[in-house]
Ligand binder design. Structure first.
Ligand code: SF4
Length: 449
């Protein structure tokens, strides 16, 4: 290695992984590494993999294989993240050139891993695997920001892991149970982000509504929001992602807190996964559909302009056409603002793996398509209802005579955008009058203030 070793890091998967990638980069920088602009300039190539379903594992393998195919002599390759945690042997066998493996629970040991690799005689006996079964403890990350800044937005992690038992999900196997961060650490990260110019804090965890379960009754998401409102300037947007449906999670206190503070965006990402009670029971999810509807009605009554995003899984074991039809009816009746649809992926080790994966792949795909087609006119009508209104838009990019940004209705990556017919300042929140509506996106013009 050179005197100042350099690393190149690729982050795959979700925003939670991105936050871990930022943590890895910080640890390496503190240990004397420099971040390289391109893989060929690095001594160590790291991929923070995603691995909770097969397509994510395939993508992780492709990225690693590509790096190995183009690496030059002396370059070391490390696979970190969820795939390395979940199936280290499979990954090592599929990609013989990997030098080091470190699981998502122990990303904080990355410098130790690199030291071990430095003193190891090549990878002839396979990669060096850092012990990865030890769960991440609350103390492990104290003093380290759990933030990923993307332009004027930052993902802020409230907790790691998940204690739920959703039958289809491998996340609890991969990450372990919930470990909430100390509230003061979250507030310190929020202030750090705002000081660096961030205008939107996006609160994430596997289940944000479970925040504080392991800290005691005084801690919950409503309190995090209340304290964030006090800790950051009023102009900072606060957005809540990954809520769990249920009266004990979407509490009256949480809804009232969201409604009381204008800087908490009237937006909620509420993955419901299905809407037929029998499928929900098989999924080991809350199955009281009437209660789900009451929660949504309560949110809408408290915040009439609220944008609710949800996701569904189609083709879960045993899903009949009649059960799927109930989901279609539910989506039509509820008229969500945003809907994401995934086909069921059978994962070994999950509770659902004992059920037969009996919905044919083409039926899963067809149901996914039917649900998306059903939602499209609903999304369009929701967008058309905004014509003539003025929305605050956080500008994220600018070109000739056009800018692009997001309103409170759009989370980054997963929702739509607002095209602004002017060159507006990147990183600023500007009022925009909506003049045209597409299924996913809006078009508008800046309003002089
Ligand atoms: S709440 Fe989300 S992360 Fe947790 S087990 Fe269920 S689907 Fe997985």
């Amino acid at each position: 290695m050179t005197e100042q070793p350099r690393f190149y890091l690729i982050s795959l998967g979700c925003a939670k992984n991105l936050v871990d990638s930022e943590g890895i980069a910080l640890l390496l920088t503190q240990a004397g590494y420099r971040q390289a602009e391109a893989p060929e300039a690095a001594d160590v190539l790291l991929v923070n993999t995603c691995g909770f379903i097969q397509p994510a594992r395939d993508e992780s393998q492709e990225v690693l294989k590509d790096l190995i195919a183009h690496r030059h002599a002396g370059q070391k390759i490390v696979a970190a993240g969820c795939y390395s945690q979940y199936r280290p042997d499979e990954l090592a066998a599929a990609i013989p050139g990997i030098d080091g493996l470190i699981g998502t629970r122990r990303w904080i040991d990355v410098v130790t891993l690199l030291e071990e690799m430095e003193h190891a005689p090549g990878n002839k006996k396979g990669p060096i695997c850092h012990p990865s079964d030890v769960p991440l403890a609350r103390e492990d990350t104290i003093g380290y920001p759990r933030l990923a800044v993307q332009g004027a937005s930052a993902y802020l992690k409230l907790a790691d892991g998940c204690r739920r038992t959703c039958a289809f999900c491998a996340i609890p196997l991969i990450k372990g149970s919930i470990v909430s961060r100390p509230l003061e650490e979250i507030l310190a990260d929020a202030q750090l982000a705002v000081e660096s110019g961030v205008r939107e804090l996006i609160l994430i965890a596997q289940d944000t509504t479970d925040y504080g379960y392991d800290l005691g009754p005084a801690y919950n998401l409503a309190r995090v929001l209340e304290e964030l409102v006090r800790a950051v300037p009023q102009a900072t947007w606060l957005r809540v992602m990954y809520a769990y449906p249920g009266r004990r999670q979407i509490t009256d206190e949480l809804i009232e807190t969201m409604a009381r503070h204008p800087q908490i965006l009237p937006y909620l990402d509420l993955p419901l996964q299905h809407a037929h009670p029998n499928v929900l029971r098989r999924m080991r999810r809350p199955s009281n559909v009437e209660e789900m509807q009451r929660t949504i009605a309560h949110l809408q009554a408290a915040m009439p302009q609220i944008a609710i995003r949800t996701t569904f899984i189609v083709g879960f074991p045993g899903e009949t056409e009649q059960e799927f039809q109930a989901l279609l009816n539910f989506v039509e009746d509820t008229a969500f603002d945003r809907v994401g649809v995934f086909t069921y992926s059978h994962e070994e080790g999950t509770p659902a793996a004992v059920l037969p994966d009996d919905v044919a792949p083409e039926v899963k795909e067809e149901r996914r398509r039917r649900l998306m087609v059903l939602q499209q006119p609903i999304s369009l009508a929701k967008n058309q209802a905004l014509l003539g209104q003025t929305l605050d838009v956080l500008i994220e990019g600018v070109g000739e005579d056009i800018s692009v940004g997001r309103s409170y209705r759009d989370a980054p990556e997963v929702d739509g955008m607002v095209l602004v017919q002017a060159e507006s300042p990147v990183g600023e929140i500007v009022p925009v009058r909506i003049s045209d509506a597409l299924e996913y996106d809006l078009i508008g013009d800046p309003v002089e203030t």
